[in-house]
Design a binder for this molecule. Structure first.
Ligand code: NAP
Length: 465
């Protein structure tokens, strides 16, 4: 894939970039390793100062970087600004909390005394340069939620960003440089996915994190496995949104729309499958469809736009194929199901609600990465749980019920990395984030995320006499 900024709202190629050659990649690997030797020994106070400076700079740049993101991948500008603000918040959160999260642990002498230890300490030390292979859909956020904890832990970062967001990728490198990080602490590698294997196999690269599709995750994880290097994988999702009779239906329908179409429907944690109890199916379906059909599709730079274009022509045709396959097999489009006729340029698709989904349809098992919702009718909670789990993915999930017994059942039986009651899934720096099943493994954010790229070292002190 060419490394280029192509505006998805117009299809126009705005800027192209040459991929780094072998010598340029080598220079960056040398710098990343040298920077690690400096950065790993810096105090938490200094790391905090650097990250807070980066957060301040990003806050000042909020509108400019939001426009760059919208231009490169088409998310509504209002949402791009919110993404930048969330990055600032997360940087400050890790700047404030990292030292406490990574504080030495002192096992109780009563538990370890028979090991012969006078005392023992568990210490979290950084691993080294970490390769981050990142997607375009939250081009700032996905990187920051890796970089903020990784840098606070004393690691250095090598970013291989998606090929369609090169300007955002270069902005990130520049941001950390301007904040005062030693050269090489955070570097952007403008390379295609074909260059990842050699970089990952390089002995100077300690570990890798990948956010993206399942095939990309499988490839990176198998190379890393071959090299015995740690990985964290944040892959796709097809999150269920379960609505049960005690739900506040107006609120559920309103939140369901946001949960489905935020980021133009291209979010891993978007609710994609709406599983509704028979008693409230008709009422929910009517409210949800009405709201989906009323969304404003258009120029993502316009602050009144709800849904912008998909990020690429390929992304739109993949989505169209899923919808067409379902409709040919008997699904009904309650709204949408086509390209909006008023937008001939760019890669727009109408917000769509599909009912009558059956397991033979591809969309039943595959991730719909765009503003397309599938609606299911179920007879009871058992059927809702069975259907919610009938997916290869297990990223997050949503359930609308005010019944504590139902909540307890769902909390026990839903197979996913998250379950959000009476609300929609949203990541937060203080909460662990990650998936089960084919949605990946490992966690980002919170204290769990910062420890993923640490060497948990046991220090054992024997008697000194
Ligand atoms: P993608 O094609 O997998 O691309 C993601 C990144 O991986 C890009 O940098 C891409 O580089 C690179 N890549 C692709 N194939 C590779 C390979 N074989 N080896 C090494 N690197 C490779 O994903 P996408 O379609 O752009 O992103 C959407 C997917 O990401 C969806 O499935 C979504 O659910 C998932 N996602 C998950 C999370 C999460 O937190 N779980 C968050 C956001 C998105 P190029 O651009 O150069 O191809």
């Amino acid at each position: 894939m060419a490394i280029a900024t192509v505006n998805p709202a117009t299809g126009e190629t705005l800027k192209t970039f040459d991929a780094l050659n072998a010598g340029e990649i080598e220079d960056r690997l040398v710098r990343a390793e040298q920077a690690f030797q400096i950065h790993r020994t810096t105090s938490f106070a200094r790391r905090t100062e650097l990250l807070l400076k980066a957060a301040d700079l990003l806050e000042a740049d909020q509108d400019g970087i939001a426009r760059t993101m919208t231009t490169e991948m088409g998310k509504p500008l209002v949402q791009a600004r919110a993404e930048a603000a969330k990055c600032v918040k997360t940087m400050r959160w890790y700047a404030r909390n990292a030292e406490g999260l990574l504080a030495d642990e002192h096992p109780d002498p009563a538990d370890v005394g028979d090991s012969g230890a006078m005392r023992a300490v568990v210490r979290y030390r950084p691993l080294g340069p970490v390769l981050a292979v990142m997607p375009w859909n939250f081009p700032l956020w996905q990187v920051v939620r890796f970089a903020a904890p990784a840098l606070m832990a004393g690691n250095t970062g090598l970013l291989k960003h998606a090929s369609n967001v090169p300007q955002t990728a270069l902005y990130l490198e520049e941001l950390f440089r301007r904040a005062g990080y030693p050269e090489g602490c955070f570097e952007t590698l403008l390379v295609g996915s074909g260059a990842v294997e050699e970089i990952l196999r390089d002995p100077r690269v300690a570990a890798a994190t990948l956010t993206g599709s399942e095939p990309a995750g499988r490839s990176v994880a198998s190379i890393a496995g071959d090299e015995v290097k740690k990985t964290v994988l944040e892959l796709g999702g097809s999150d269920p949104f379960v609505v049960l009779p005690s739900a506040d239906l107006d609120k559920a329908a309103k939140v369901a729309v946001t949960a489905r179409v935020q980021n133009n429907g291209q979010s891993c944690i978007a609710a994609k499958r709406f599983i509704v109890h028979n008693d409230v199916y008709d009422a929910f379906s009517e409210r949800f469809t009405e709201r989906m059909a009323a969304l404003t599709v258009g120029d993502p730079m316009d602050e009144n736009t709800d849904v912008g274009p998909l990020s690429s022509e390929q992304g739109r045709s993949d989505l169209e194929e899923l919808v067409d396959d379902a409709v040919h097999q008997g699904a009904t489009a309650l709204c949408g199901g086509r390209r909006p006729p008023e937008h001939r340029a760019g890669w727009f698709y109408e917000p769509t609600v599909l009912a009558g989904i059956t397991p033979t349809m591809r969309i039943h098992h595959e991730e719909a990465f765009g503003p397309v919702a599938t609606l299911y009718r179920v007879a009871d909670l058992d059927e809702a749980i069975e259907l919610a789990n009938d997916t290869p993915f297990g990223l997050s999930s949503n359930a609308w019920t005010r019944d504590p017994d139902e909540q307890a059942r769902l909390a026990r039986d839903i197979q996913a990395g998250g379950l959000y009651f009476n609300g929609m899934t949203a990541s937060h720096p203080g909460l662990p984030f990650g998936g089960a099943k084919r949605s990946g493994y490992g966690r980002e954010l919170s204290g769990h995320g910062i420890k993923e790229f640490c060497n948990m070292t046991t220090l054992w002190y024997g008697p000194e006499e």
